[in-house]
Design a protein around this ligand. Structure first.
Ligand SMILES: NC(=O)c1ccc[n+]([C@@H]2O[C@H](COP(=O)([O-])OP(=O)(O)OC[C@H]3O[C@@H](n4cnc5c(N)ncnc54)[C@H](OP(=O)(O)O)[C@@H]3O)[C@@H](O)[C@H]2O)c1
Length: 257
């Protein structure tokens, strides 16, 4: 009993610390872009091949939770809301860790520091989300019919589709062997420059609404800070690079921002 209380306390601390880190990132990202992809620089360590970096850095987001479920007692995994939330998490990370890296076309190498930070984040967040859901999260009876759960799940699913579809559009801008940039068109790119980021933010905001915990909310806040900054940076970058960039297109939120 005491151990359980201690671990729950640690999980809560991890969540609050993630919110604190999101605030720090918010300030830092006003001055600097996260250095990977088009903003890669040798200042942040030696370059790691894009496919290798994405596969290794995202793998713990799958393996840590998978190990927790398989090798530790998971008191709450027999309950439907917990099962559905765990399934949402895995649906995303099976794609991100085991499929996405192998589909990348001509991706820029990731500097070692960015790669290492992404790896640490995936271990941290993987443990925090799935340990909480499999061991501690308690939902009211019929939570899965509650408007918060239903709205959150719909947002999560819509966001996931937008994310996967948008990454598919980006990938297909390049022929195998190419590594340059083109203006993305189609899907949500007709409205925003950061369509893949809009999808991912929507996903985790939905997950947080359905999961109703400080742990899932911290992940949504962190993702929103990092990816909103990246969407704004990409938007400015496109406007500077392409004279014919669509003028009505926004950075992250259709028609608004
Ligand atoms: N949850 C989180 O906190 C988090 C954090 C980071 C990323 N992510 C997710 O991870 C995925 C990838 O993120 P990212 O930051 O790498 O996205 P990105 O900058 O949009 O790049 C995605 C891929 O598409 C290529 N690409 C982008 N724009 C292109 C264009 N105009 N023409 C041709 N190719 C283009 C990139 O190549 P280059 O490498 O050559 O630029 C890269 O391989 C996204 O779905 C994102 O939501 C999530």
């Amino acid at each position: 009993k005491k151990n359980r209380q201690n671990e729950l306390y640690i999980l809560d601390c991890l969540a609050y610390f993630m919110v604190f880190m999101a605030a720090c990132c918010f300030v830092t990202l006003l001055f600097e872009n996260v250095p990977y992809g088009r903003y890669s620089t040798s200042k942040y360590g030696f370059p790691v091949n894009a496919k290798v970096a994405w596969f290794i850095q995202e793998l713990p987001a799958f393996l840590v939770p998978f190990s927790l479920l398989v090798w530790t007692s998971s008191a709450r995994t027999s309950l439907l809301p917990n099962q559905l939330l765990i399934a949402m998490y895995f649906c995303h990370y099976v794609q991100r860790a085991l499929i996405y890296p192998f589909l990348i076309r001509g991706g820029k190498p990731t500097p070692f520091v960015s790669f290492a930070l992404a790896f640490v984040f995936c271990v941290y967040n993987g443990y925090m989300q799935i340990r909480y859901l499999s061991h501690y999260a308690v939902y009211p009876a019929h939570w899965f019919t509650h408007p918060c759960f239903i709205t959150g799940s719909v947002l999560w699913f819509t966001g996931w589709l937008v994310n996967v579809h948008s990454d598919h559009i980006l990938r297909n801008l390049r022929q195998p062997g190419e590594s340059g940039y083109k203006i993305p068109t189609g899907g949500m790119f007709e409205y925003v420059s950061g369509a893949n980021f809009l999808g991912e933010i929507t996903e985790w905001v939905g997950f947080a609404l359905a999961g109703h915990s400080v742990h899932s909310a911290a992940f949504a806040v962190f993702t929103a800070v990092v990816l909103a900054s990246r969407a704004v940076a990409h938007h400015k970058w496109y406007l500077a690079k392409f004279e014919n960039y669509p003028k009505q297109r926004k950075a992250l939120i259709p028609f608004l921002f």
